[in-house]
Design a protein. Structure first.
Length: 227
């Protein structure tokens, strides 16, 4: 990987470059990692894997190595077929209806976390509690700030958010994103795939500043932080 901005450097060690996620006060710092095609698609045939390559996968591994916990929506876990992970994965599901027989739960390396709401069906919450650490964050809708507070109380200081777009939009709307890592894949996808954020339009703000820009094998790796 070579760094183009802010200072050209070839090669650059991504483990060092991405090791400076700033603290976020009383809550964990949240880094969002997403990939999109040149034309903005976040998936090919419903999966983000069709956009990636060895360079993107290597950075994905680096970002996970810097995280204390991964935050992801249940739909993304299902679509991308998440498996056991060395890093704890916190799955957000308002209904708490998940595939309890999947290796993600039955062969877990690090104990999974399920973030749900008080009004989720009791049988599902009980099943979740038998296989994972359960966080109740909100009554009907997941309160992301409360969920992050609960993660902080468990000792997690660095959160890596991995989507999907609806969760990303909610994090952004709540002002809970501290860094955005965007991989631009050298592909044109077309179709009707979502952008990296989905949901209502965001309020106008001071914008984001480019922290670094790197390139490898035609992939661009952009890193932004709020101004």
């Amino acid at each position: 990987m070579r760094q183009l901005l802010p200072v050209p450097c070839d090669p650059v060690d991504p483990a060092v470059l991405y090791g400076d996620l700033p603290l976020a006060g009383t809550r964990p710092a949240v880094r969002l990692n997403m990939i999109a095609s040149i034309d903005g698609a976040t998936a090919v045939a419903g999966l983000s894997g069709g956009l990636g390559g060895p360079a993107d996968q290597a950075l994905f591994a680096v970002l996970r190595s810097h995280a204390d916990v991964v935050l992801v929506a249940a739909g993304t876990v299902r679509a991308e077929r998440y498996g056991p992970s060395k890093v704890p994965v916190a799955v957000i599901s308002r209904s708490c209806r998940l595939d309890w027989d999947s290796p993600f739960f039955t062969a877990a390396i690090a104990s999974p976390i399920v973030i749900t709401v008080a009004e989720a069906p009791a049988p599902e919450r009980e099943k979740a509690a038998s296989l994972a650490d359960v966080i109740i964050a909100g009554e009907q809708d997941v309160d992301l700030a409360a969920a992050l507070t609960a993660l902080s109380e468990r000792g997690y200081a660095r959160v890596l958010a991995e989507g999907g777009p609806s969760l990303n939009g909610q994090l952004a709307a709540a002002g809970l994103l501290d860094e955005l890592c965007l991989t631009v894949s050298p592909l044109l996808a077309g179709g009707e795939a979502k952008r990296i954020l989905a949901g209502p339009a965001l309020a106008a703000g001071p914008g984001w500043r480019l922290r670094s820009l790197c390139e490898q094998d035609g992939f661009l790796f952009l890193r932004y932080r709020p101004r």
